[in-house]
Design a protein around this ligand. Sequence first.
Ligand SMILES: CC(C)(COP(=O)(O)OP(=O)(O)OC[C@H]1O[C@@H](n2cnc3c(N)ncnc32)[C@H](O)[C@@H]1OP(=O)(O)O)[C@@H](O)C(=O)NCCC(=O)NCCS
Length: 151
Amino acid sequence: MKQKETLIEPMDIKDINKIMFIEHQSYPNPWSIYLFLTEIKNNKHAEYLVLRQEGEIIAYGGMWVIFEEAHITNLAVDPVFRNKGNGDILLKALIQKARDRGAKFISLEVRVSNSYAIKLYKNNGFIVEEIKKYYYGNEDAYLMTVNLEQR
Ligand SMILES: CC(C)(COP(=O)(O)OP(=O)(O)OC[C@H]1O[C@@H](n2cnc3c(N)ncnc32)[C@H](O)[C@@H]1OP(=O)(O)O)[C@@H](O)C(=O)NCCC(=O)NCCS
């Protein structure tokens, strides 16, 4: 069977409609289009990537990298393409980008009920550092971190 062509690229303004489509299916409190555009256009610390398969965006993720620390802000896969390793491909690409930009440490918050995301992060070396009570208003978050120098 022919392998599907998969590409990781920087997020571009022209991608925004598909990003918003995935965002609204992925988060109870989705980011606004304005927030994404501000991140892509104005935030020099931001690094946003998309995963394209056969030309179509199926996932995206982003982070801020400030000196030695990176913080993942979002990671989402189109529901049709989940549980096929695409989240893992994208997370590994973000980790590599963080390393390339000199980060030694990555952190993120995740809902305590989000077992698939937690599994994905643990598979990639993240550990639960602390619980942030009511971080999402109605739900706690785990603060998860990975030390890139120890991997
Ligand atoms: C979390 C998310 C990004 C994972 O992406 P994905 O492409 O489905 O993940 P992967 O296919 O790479 O799988 C990652 C791990 O989760 C497991 N997993 C994912 N979906 C699963 C499912 N439906 N049933 C059982 N296990 C599942 C996989 O088995 C894998 O673990 P393993 O390799 O040890 O078996 C995706 O579910 C998503 O977009 N969720 C909504 C947005 C979100 O919650 N983002 C994270 C915010 S912090």
